[in-house]
Design a protein around this ligand. Structure first.
Ligand code: KIV
Ligand code: ZN
Length: 403
C-alpha cells in the first residue's frame, strides 16, 4: 500500500515548537485565536501543544480540539514523549477533535541516548513499538519522531522507523533537531530512508528542522525532492533557539517555483494544481497576528513577510518596477494578502477604512474594542499626518491587549 498524498501536507507547530521561543508564551485565548487563523490559512495539521507539559497546555489543546478540530477542519495534534503518561494526556486532551493525531517522539542519536536519556539502542528498539501501539489505542493517526535523527546512525534509524511503522505509525517525522544538517545531507537522509526502510510506503515521510545554520527551509526543499510529503513549520519561523522552518517561506517557494517541484510529486511541470492546501492570501495577516500575540518582531528584511520584502529603495529598481514589476519582483504582494494600493490612514479616515486595515494586519476586534481603538487612532492622527502600520499595531496593543 502506498500512502503518499497528492499535495504536500503542511503541519504547523507554531503553537508547540513556536511557543518554545524564549519569551513567546501565549495564553489560551491567544492560542485559540491563532489556531482559528491557521485553520483559515489552510494548514492540514495544527500541533496545538504538549498536553502533559502543563495544565495550561492541556487546556489549550483540549479547547483547540473542540473549537477548531471540526469536520472539514484541520487535524489537531498533541505532542507526547514516548511514555504512557504523556501519550494518555495527549489522547485525553484531543478527545473533542474530529481528526486527532498523537505525535510521540524518542531520541535516537547516541549523544541523546548516552547523556540525556541514559538509555541504550536496545531500550529504544523495545520502547518505540510499545508506545506507538499504545498511542494507536487513542487514534489511528499516530506520528513518530526519532528526535535528533539528523545526527543518528542511519542504519539504526532505519530499524527504528521500520518498527514504528509496523506498530502503526502513519507518519514518520525526521527531525534535524539541532539544525546541523546541510541540504544535500538531509536530502540523502530522506532518500536513504525511502530506499532502506522496507515498509516506508505505509507511512508519510515528514520533515522537521531548526534554523541554527539558517538552512531549515533549504533542507526541507531538498527533502521534498527526495520523497518527504509533510513539512513541519511555524509562522514567521519562530521556535527553539534560531527557530523552525518558516511556513511562509516554504509555501511561497513551492508556489513560486511549482514548475520545478511538480515533477517530484509525479505531475507535469506545467501543472497549475497547487502543491499545498494553503490559501496564500492569508499569509501576511497570519504573520502579523502571530507577531502581535507572541511579541516576536519580524525582522524588516525577512523573506515574504518582512516590512521590506516588497519595497524597492534604489532608483534603478524603482524605475524598473514602474516599467514592469517582474523586473525586480518574483511574486505579487497580493499573493500573500498585501494590498498594494494601500489607503493611507490619517485624521480624515473613517471607521471602515480603519477596521479594514486592522483586519489586514491580523486584528479581529469586537465592536467595543474597535470603538476604543478608533478613538485613540483619532487622537494620534491629530498629531501625526500619516499613520503607519506600526502606529496601528501600537494603538491596538496599548488600548486593547494590555490588562
Ligand atoms: O526538534 C525536534 O526534534 C522536535 C521534536 C519533538 C519533533 O521538536
Ligand atoms: Zn523542534
Amino acid at each position: 500500500m502506498t500512502n503518499q498524498p497528492d499535495r504536500i501536507i503542511i503541519f504547523d507547530t507554531t503553537l508547540r515548537d513556536g511557543e518554545q521561543s524564549p519569551g513567546a508564551s501565549l495564553n489560551v485565548d491567544e492560542k485559540l485565536t491563532i489556531a482559528r487563523a491557521l485553520a483559515k490559512l489552510g494548514v492540514d495539521v495544527i500541533e496545538a501543544g504538549f498536553p502533559h507539559a502543563s495544565p495550561g497546555d492541556f487546556d489549550a489543546v483540549s479547547k483547540i480540539a473542540q473549537a477548531v478540530g471540526v469536520e472539514n477542519g484541520p487535524s489537531i495534534c498533541g505532542l507526547a514523549r514516548a511514555t504512557q503518561k504523556d501519550i494518555k494526556s495527549a489522547g485525553d486532551a484531543l478527545q473533542g477533535a474530529y481528526k486527532k493525531r498523537i505525535h510521540t517522539f524518542l531520541a535516537t542519536s547516541d549523544i541523546h541516548l548516552q547523556y540525556k536519556l541514559k538509555k541504550t539502542r536496545a531500550d529504544v528498539l523495545a520502547m518505540v513499538p510499545d508506545m506507538v501501539a499504545y498511542a494507536k489505542t487513542f487514534t489511528d493517526d499516530v506520528e513518530f519522531s526519532p528526535e535528533d535523527a539528523g545526527r543518528s546512525d542511519p542504519e539504526f534509524l532505519y530499524q527504528v522507523l521500520e518498527l514504528a511503522i509496523k506498530a502503526g505509525a502513519t507518519t514518520v517525522n525526521i527531525p534535524d533537531t539541532v539544525g546541523y544538517t546541510t541540504p544535500s545531507e538531509y536530502g540523502a537522509l530522506i532518500k536513504g530512508i525511502k530506499d532502506n526502510v522496507p515498509n516506508i510506503d505505509q507511512a508519510i515521510i515528514s520533515v522537521h528542522g531548526h534554523n541554527d545554520l539558517g538552512l531549515a527551509v533549504a533542507n526541507f526543499l531538498e527533502a521534498v525532492k527526495n520523497g518527504a510529503r509533510q513539512l513541519e513549520c511555524t509562522i514567521n519561523g519562530i521556535g527553539e533557539r534560531a527557530g523552525n522552518a518558516a511556513l511562509e517561506e516554504l509555501v511561497m517557494a513551492l508556489h513560486v517555483r511549482r514548475q520545478f517541484y511538480n515533477p517530484f510529486l509525479g505531475r507535469a511541470p506545467e501543472s497549475t494544481e497547487p502543491l499545498t492546501n494553503i490559501d496564500t492570501k492569508q499569509i501576511y495577516k497570519t504573520s502579523r497576528l502571530v507577531s502581535n500575540l507572541t511579541g516576536m518582531l519580524v525582522q524588516p528584511n525577512k523573506a515574504i513577510v518582512g516590512a521590506n520584502a516588497f519595497s524597492h529603495e534604489s532608483g534603478i529598481h524603482q524605475d524598473g518596477v514602474l516599467k514592469n514589476r517582474l523586473t525586480y519582483e518574483i511574486m505579487d504582494a497580493e499573493s500573500i494578502g498585501l494590498t498594494t494600493n494601500q489607503i493611507v490612514l490619517g485624521k480624515l479616515s473613517g471607521r471602515n477604512a480603519f477596521r479594514t486595515r486592522l483586519q489586514e494586519l491580523g486584528f479581529e476586534l469586537s465592536e467595543n474594542d474597535l470603538n476604543k481603538a478608533f478613538l485613540r487612532f483619532k487622537e494620534v492622527a491629530d498629531k501625526k499626518r500619516e499613520i503607519t502600520d506600526w502606529d496601528l499595531e501600537a494603538i491596538v496593543n496599548d488600548e486593547i491587549q494590555q490588562p
